[in-house]
Each structure stands twice: as structure tokens, then as C-alpha cells.
Design a protein around this ligand. Structure first.
Ligand SMILES: C[S@@+](CC[C@H](N)C(=O)[O-])C[C@H]1O[C@@H](n2cnc3c(N)ncnc32)[C@H](O)[C@@H]1O
Length: 218
């Protein structure tokens, strides 16, 4: 069976909200990239984090479950084919809500990170928003609250160092089109997201939580 993400590669490479919004600056800064830093970008999608880290001198390996995204290594976040502590920093941006087994994925990221994990993902809002996300994109599994993220990272022996929030505004048409959501499904998604939509229905917004965690010394 084809991975649905293979057909979305170009849409995610050229997505303005993925390529240029200022949340990317926060993620890049948290990774503290410079010459000699070894970084792993998990679920790289259009490769926006990796590109920025490389420009700043980091040595970056990209992974993604979709061959169409053309990562360096095709693999699931739940099974990273790297030795323990292979990377100074392991980062995953706006992707963990797609992982089937979030505990296993964070466990793997923690295993291959020697120092830092940086996560950005959509903050959990409500079951209505979850239903809209799944209808628009059946690969959506679940979004998590800051508290759940703290538990996930602390269970993997990482301590939270910094947390930031970023409100992201989505052009409704572009956002639906990236996942081929049309017709009645698109109408239902718009209904479910009405409380978070602009008056003219042109945009809606969600909040991203961005966390930096360091390996516990205890
Ligand atoms: C929204 S895109 C990622 C965006 C990208 N990180 C960025 O900063 O622009 C989500 C990506 O997660 C990948 N993905 C979904 N489930 C995955 C899994 N279990 N393991 C690894 N990658 C996965 C998809 O193939 C897709 O490329």
C-alpha cells in the first residue's frame, strides 16, 4: 500500500506555514546548531528544519517514513536505525501527532540523543479539533498537551529546559488542499473548526507547543 505522504511531498516542501513561519526560528535556535553539532531531523517532511540547521553548520541526517519525502533514511520514528547516543540533538517538528506509538517514538529519540531533544507539535485543544484533524487527514493520530509532553519526555529520562508557544494561522483552502480534503468532508471540517476560524472563514488558527529537553544527569 502506498504511503499517503508520498503524494504530498511537493505540497509540504512549498507550504508557507512550514517553510517560513517564525516557529521554525524558535526550533532552530533551540537546536543550538553550529559546526560540529550532529543533528537528527525525525519526520523531516519538506526538510525545512534540516535545511536551516545545515546552513548554520550542523551535520544533519534526515529520516521520514515516506520515501516520497526523500529523507536520507526511510524509517519510522518508532524504529530509528542508529546506535545509542549517535546525535547531539534530535528534533521533530509538527510531526509527532502522526506517530502511531508516541511512547515508542520518544523512547527511540531519547535513545539516539546524547544531549538534547527539541519537539514542536500542535497543542491538544479539544475532541472537536481532533475530529476535524482526522477528517481532513486520516494519518492524524493525536495531539498532546504540554503536560502530556512533559510526561513523555521525563519518562524517557529527559528534563524540560524551555517551553514556547506559537499561534499558527492556516489559510483554509491551502490547508485542506494539502491533504486532498474536499466536498462534504471539507464542509464538516470547517464547521468543527468554526470557533477557531476568522469571521470570513478564510483562515483558522491553532497553537504549537515547542519544547527543549536535555538528557537527565541523575
Ligand atoms: C507535517 S510533515 C512534517 C513537517 C516537517 N517536519 C517540517 O518541519 O516542515 C509530517 C511528516 O511525518 C511523517 N511521518 C508520519 N508518520 C511517521 C512515522 N511514524 N515515522 C516517521 N515519519 C512519519 C510523514 O511522512 C510526513 O513527512
Amino acid at each position: 500500500m502506498n504511503n499517503p505522504w508520498d503524494n504530498r511531498a511537493e505540497a509540504y516542501r512549498s507550504s508557507v506555514t512550514h517553510a517560513t513561519d517564525a516557529d521554525l526560528d524558535i526550533v532552530v535556535e533551540m537546536c543550538n546548531p553550529h559546526g560540529g553539532v550532529k543533528a537528527l531531523d525525525v519526520a523531516t517532511g519538506g526538510g525545512h528544519v534540516a535545511r536551516r540547521l545545515r546552513v548554520l553548520g550542523a551535520e544533519v541526517v534526515t529520516t521520514d517514513a515516506s520515501p516520497g519525502m526523500k529523507p536520507d533514511i526511510v524509517c519510522r520514528a518508532e524504529e530509528l536505525p542508529f546506535a545509542d547516543g549517535s546525535f547531539d540533538v534530535v528534533v521533530s517538528r509538527i510531526a509527532p501527532h502522526h506517530f502511531d506509538d508516541i511512547g515508542k517514538a520518544i523512547g527511540e529519540m531519547a535513545r539516539v540523543a546524547s544531549r538534547t531533544i527539541v519537539i514542536e507539535d500542535t497543542q491538544y485543544t479539544s475532541e472537536e479539533v481532533e475530529a476535524a484533524e482526522k477528517l481532513r487527514d486520516p494519518t492524524h493520530v493525536r495531539s498532546y498537551s504540554e503536560e502530556e509532553w512533559r510526561e513523555l519526555l521525563e519518562s524517557a529520562a529527559f528534563e524540560i529546559e524551555r517551553v514556547e508557544y506559537f499561534r499558527k494561522t492556516h489559510d483554509f483552502e491551502d490547508w485542506l488542499a494539502r491533504c486532498d480534503c474536499t466536498g462534504e468532508d471539507a464542509e464538516r471540517v470547517r464547521e468543527l473548526l468554526a470557533p477557531w476560524s476568522s469571521d470570513d472563514g478564510g483562515t483558522w488558527s491553532d497553537v504549537k507547543v515547542i519544547l527543549k529537553a536535555r538528557k537527565s544527569q541523575k
